[in-house]
Design a protein around this ligand. Structure first.
Ligand code: PLP
Length: 369
């Protein structure tokens, strides 16, 4: 009887960097600074440098807050509409609501499952202020199309890069195309904290300063608040851990891509793999296939001790809490069809290639017979 295969497990990675991580935590705890100290600054600088953006990074408490703070810093709020996809994590939408703005959904491209720029264009009205493209699964949205569209209408672009840390498009990191790139360091993400964390990246120094103030009650270095803020800080312990892990990010991404390659070469053609956007280097945050008989595949996987996930079984516009936004069933046909077929197979840097082979054997068997 072989061992089960989880969809994600952080422990194996931890064992490889345990000494460095514990040392980093110890240094923080032995220092006099636990909040907004030198480790957060160091991580922000190294992260911006790593993405080759020459931009400014602002560490915050989580990816959802990163999006909400970016919106607030751009003065997008009540009465404003923000176009995004329903084929995303609920956090994308809660961020828009937290800023007080109204989410407007557009559909996705049937081949890549990323935001469809042409459909986004159809949703633009006089009250539209921003577009939030979401680089779902670690693939990339067609950013030249989005920035061109936004430019024509004077809209801001905030990239949701929660699943796409390390993804590039035409050789450039996602998160550097729009006004702000927002990242999550949730434990399953490509660059993962041991807890929550997030970050806003921008090339605009003044905007970075506003986001820096908003994350800390609105207060800047001179303690008077010009803008109303929140409490959403990346803490020193998580920043120290992330600084250690940033050194290994390239290696983790390399492993994710090798796993993606192994899946692609071994899965039956009956599994429809979303197309990688032209010019993109996918980071394989998730390895997703589309199958007609999903329930059967899931149950065969379960019988073999293999865990699968669905991203996302219910598109956000059909989640009870968001039905009041007014989009009913049938309003986003490509999104809705994808939600019935997508299946996420185990994918994390430490997953052995032999496990990928076992997963493929079970999936191939389930889709053919
Ligand atoms: C994870 C995720 C978020 C939210 O990030 P948190 O750090 O959990 O707040 C937002 N958008 C997408 C696409 C995500 O995958």
């Amino acid at each position: 009887m072989s061992m089960g295969i989880p969809r994600f497990d952080h422990r194996e990675q931890y064992r490889t960097i345990r000494r460095e991580v514990l040392e980093a935590i110890d240094q923080v705890l032995e220092s006099s600074s636990l909040i907004l100290g030198p480790r957060v600054r160091e991580f922000e600088e190294q992260f911006a440098h790593h993405l080759g953006s020459g931009g400014h990074a602002v560490g915050v408490a989580c990816g959802t807050d990163a999006l909400a703070i970016a919106l607030r810093a751009l003065e997008i709020g009540p009465g404003d509409e923000v176009i995004t996809v329903a084929h995303t994590a609920a956090g994308t939408i809660s961020a828009i609501r937290m800023a007080g703005a109204t989410p407007v959904f557009c559909d996705i491209d049937p081949d890549t499952l990323q935001m469809d720029a042409r459909d986004a264009a159809r949703r633009i009205r006089s009250v539209t202020r921003a577009i939030i493209p979401v680089h779902v699964y670690g693939n990339a949205v067609d950013m030249p199309a989005i920035t061109h569209l936004a430019g024509g209408f004077g809209l801001k672009v905030i990239e949701d890069c929660a699943q796409a840390c390390g993804t590039t498009l035409n050789g450039r990191a996602v998160g550097t195309f729009g006004d702000v790139g927002c990242f999550s360091f949730y434990p399953t993400k490509n660059l993962a904290a041991y807890g929550d964390g997030g970050l806003c990246l921008t090339a605009d120094r003044a905007l970075a300063e506003r986001m820096r103030n908003i994350r800390n009650y609105g207060f800047g270095p001179i303690a008077t608040a010009e803008v109303e803020g929140v409490n959403s800080r990346l803490d020193e312990v998580q920043a120290a851990i992330l600084t250690v892990k940033l050194r290994y990010l390239a290696q983790y991404l390399h492993h994710r891509r090798a796993i993606g390659q192994a899946y692609r070469s071994q899965l039956s053609s009956r599994c429809v793999i979303p197309k990688t956007t032209d010019g993109a280097e996918h980071s394989h945050h998730l390895f997703v296939i589309q199958v007609e008989q999903r329930e059967r595949v899931i149950s065969r996987l379960r019988d073999a001790g293999i865990e699968a996930g669905i991203h996302y079984a219910t598109p956000v516009h059909l989640i009870d809490a968001y039905r009041s936004l007014g989009n009913g069933e049938g309003s986003l046909p490509v999104t809705e069809r994808a939600s019935t077929r997508v299946l996420s197979l185990p994918c994390y840097p430490e997953l052995p290639i032999e496990s990928v082979e076992r997963v493929c054997a079970v999936v191939n068997d389930a889709v053919t017979g």
